[in-house]
Structures are given as structure tokens and as C-alpha cells.
Design a protein around this ligand. Structure first.
Ligand code: OSB
Ligand code: MG
Length: 368
């Protein structure tokens, strides 16, 4: 395959409600959409999901734009590439910057699947016809609001509830949720805000029958997570710590986790995500698909990835309407009874809603 034209767009989309974590809040989400085009005019799309502020990983939307424009696009434009799985190898000389890499790597996967007239899920080797999803609920100002969000998610049929915790809003919060929802499949995401000094508190969470605790310690604390996992019963799920196949290998060998949240963008694209998925499968580590509050393009890639066999737990890829008044794809990603049906159309399987895409675009550049 060969691409002759690339467009980067910066979009600004307002979320229905702000998403709050221990690091801050986002409501007007800015991110990138990358379009790659071949000589026949076929197009593939990818989403650059880095936030404006580098709280989750070191990348930002602006660093992604810089990496794409100055390094990554020139490495693939007008080059003959056998298969999209080669793109991550081509990018090997560029360190990290995984979300920038994923933005164009996923677009190449979409284009490849369209060129071959197969769904992206099939191109990736996925077999599921539908995937299970849960929701991730940000920090709410009051418990009443949290209950309202949980009630709504359960009514919509989501398969599990994830809540964000932070120091001062952890045991009391989980306790309150368990009082009201004793049986709901529940997990907590700490986004790296504890240290091993918080061991008593993390141990105390064991009594609440959580499915897992996500990323309790710092991103580079893979060793400390192994020490923690030996002392708590709740399975640890790593998110921020796993940015590559090698990170996953280290975590598995050390016993740092029982579960890995795979986000294709955090690991540099679908190819690396699949390698990590396979490694976890061989080592009995369960995986599920995380989210980055994506718009439709990024969401469609995540949904396709989730069709691989070891995605055995519900993901964070809720339906479009959970986040947006109007998404940039048609049809939107829809969740029924906690399931997303995998589209049959070639590529990501959803069409771009160009009228919405244009309305949300605040800046764009073309490369050919
Ligand atoms: O830690 O999984 C996370 C959102 C932004 C950044 C990091 C995380 C999250 C979420 C929400 O938990 C996932 C989603 O709904 O897309
Ligand atoms: Mg997380």
C-alpha cells in the first residue's frame, strides 16, 4: 500500500459533561483526526487522542501534531508499504510518542482494510461479533450525582462500572457505592495517585469485592506494583505503566498485575496492541480495552481491536451518546444491553459524518 496524501485536522468537541480525574477536568476536548489517502482516492482515518495537558502521559495534542508533521508523515508518505503491521517498525527510530504514532498507524490499518474490502476487525484477526462494554465515571461533586450516573449507566445496560478514586475520596466512596449497589460489577481507577505508603488503605479496599484496581501506583512503578500485588487480593490492572510489549513482559514476569487495560494509542497503535494482547493471552493475563474519551474514529478502532479473543472483560468504550451530542461518524457507536455489534462494512465500518467533522475542525494541514 502507498499513501499520496495526508490531512491532519485539529478538532474541538464539547463533551456532554466534564470528565474529572484527580489531575483535572476536561469538557471541551481537543484532539486530532488524521486522514490518509491512496492514489485511488480511498481514505483511512485515525484519531490522535493525546490531551492538551500531559497529565495522563507525556504527550499532548501539540506534540502529536509536531511529531506527525515533522517526522512520522515523511516516513510513510509516498513509500511502498507491504502491510500496516510494518508501520510500527518504520517508526522504530522515533522514541515513544505513541499516541502520535497511533494516529497515523491506525489510519493505515483502516485504509488497508478498505483496500481489501474487509472489516478492520477481520484484518486484525478478531472473531467476536459483538463486544461487551462498561463505563468509566469521572469524579463527581456529590455522591448523589455519582449515584445518578451509576443508575443511568445500569439502566442503559452497561456491564460494569468503573469509578475514579483519589486520596480522600477512596474508601468512603467505594463504601458508599457498595452499600447502594452490593452486587454491581465494580472497579476503581486511581490514575497513579498512590504510593506504597498507602498500603493500609489499598489493603482495606479488598473487602469491597472489586473486579480490580486500576493503576494504583505511578506509571514507572512496575516493581512497586509487584510488591503491592503480593499484599492485596484485588487484582491490579495496569494502564499508564504499559506503553509497549516490553513493559507488558516486565509486568508479567514480575507479577505486577492480573489484568492489563490495553489502549492502542498508549502503545503506539494496533500492531503493538495486538502483540501485547497475544503475550497476555499466552500468560493468562486478562485484558480489556481502555478509552481516551475518543470521538467516533478512535472509538471504532478500539471496538475493532476488542474483537480479539483475549478481550474477556468489558471495555471502557461506551457508546457515542455517552460522551457527545453528535459524533463524527455515521452511524454512531451504539450500545444495546451492554453490547456493541461489530460493523460488517470495510475498514472501521462507520462512515465519516463530514458535516460534523467540518464543524468541529479548528485547524487543518495537508501533506502530499
Ligand atoms: O485512566 O482509563 C483512564 C479517560 C481519560 C484518560 C485516562 C482514562 C480515562 C477513562 C475514561 O477512564 C475512558 C473513556 O471513557 O474513554
Ligand atoms: Mg486508567
Amino acid at each position: 500500500m502507498k499513501i499520496d496524501h495526508v490531512t491532519i485536522r485539529q478538532l474541538k468537541m464539547r463533551m456532554k459533561s466534564p470528565f474529572v480525574t484527580s489531575f483535572g477536568s476536561v469538557q471541551d476536548k481537543q484532539f486530532l483526526i488524521v486522514e490518509v489517502k491512496d492514489a485511488n482516492g480511498l481514505t483511512g482515518y485515525g484519531e490522535g487522542v493525546a490531551f492538551e495537558v500531559p497529565w495522563y502521559t507525556e504527550e499532548t495534542m501539540k506534540t502529536s501534531w509536531h511529531l506527525l508533521e515533522d517526522f512520522l508523515i515523511p516516513m510513510v508518505l509516498h513509500k511502498e508499504i507491504g502491510h500496516p503491521s510494518e508501520v510500527s517498525t518504520i517508526f522504530h527510530s522515533i522514541r515513544r510518542n505513541n499516541m502520535a504514532k497511533a494516529a497515523i498507524e491506525t489510519a493505515m490499518w483502516d485504509l488497508y482494510a478498505k483496500q481489501n474490502k474487509i472489516p478492520l476487525a477481520t484484518a486484525l484477526g478478531g472473531t467476536r461479533k459483538a463486544v461487551e462494554v462498561g463505563v468509566s465515571i469521572g469524579i463527581q461533586s456529590t455522591t448523589a450525582e455519582l449515584y445518578e450516573k451509576i443508575d443511568h449507566a445500569l439502566k442503559e445496560g452497561y456491564k460494569r462500572i468503573k469509578v475514579k478514586i483519589k486520596p480522600g475520596l477512596d474508601i468512603s466512596l467505594i463504601h458508599a457505592i457498595r452499600e447502594r449497589y452490593p452486587e454491581v460489577p465494580l472497579m476503581a481507577d486511581a490514575n497513579s495517585c498512590y504510593t506504597l505508603e498507602d498500603l493500609p488503605l489499598l489493603k482495606a479496599l479488598d473487602q469491597y469485592n472489586l473486579l480490580m484496581i486500576e493503576q494504583p501506583l505511578a506509571a514507572d512503578d512496575i516493581l512497586e506494583h509487584a510488591k503491592l500485588q503480593k499484599q492485596i487480593n484485588t487484582p491490579i490492572c495496569l494502564d499508564e505503566s504499559i506503553c509497549s510489549y516490553d513493559d507488558a513482559k516486565t509486568a508479567i514476569e514480575l507479577g505486577s498485575c492480573g489484568v492489563i487495560n490495553i489502549k492502542y494509542a498508549r502503545v503506539g497503535g494496533l500492531t503493538e496492541a495486538k502483540r501485547i494482547h497475544n503475550l497476555c493471552e499466552e500468560n493468562n493475563i486478562k485484558v480489556w480495552c481502555g478509552g481516551m474519551l475518543e470521538a467516533g474514529v478512535g472509538r471504532a478502532h478500539a471496538v475493532a481491536l476488542t474483537t480479539l479473543s483475549n478481550f474477556v472483560l468489558p471495555g471502557d468504550t461506551a457508546g457515542s451518546s455517552h460522551y457527545w451530542e453528535e459524533d463524527i461518524i455515521e452511524p454512531e457507536v451504539e450500545v444495546k444491553e451492554g453490547l456493541i455489534n461489530i460493523p460488517h462494512e470495510p475498514g472501521i465500518g462507520y462512515r465519516i459524518n463530514f458535516s460534523a467533522l467540518d464543524r468541529y475542525t479548528v485547524k487543518q494541514s495537508q501533506y502530499s
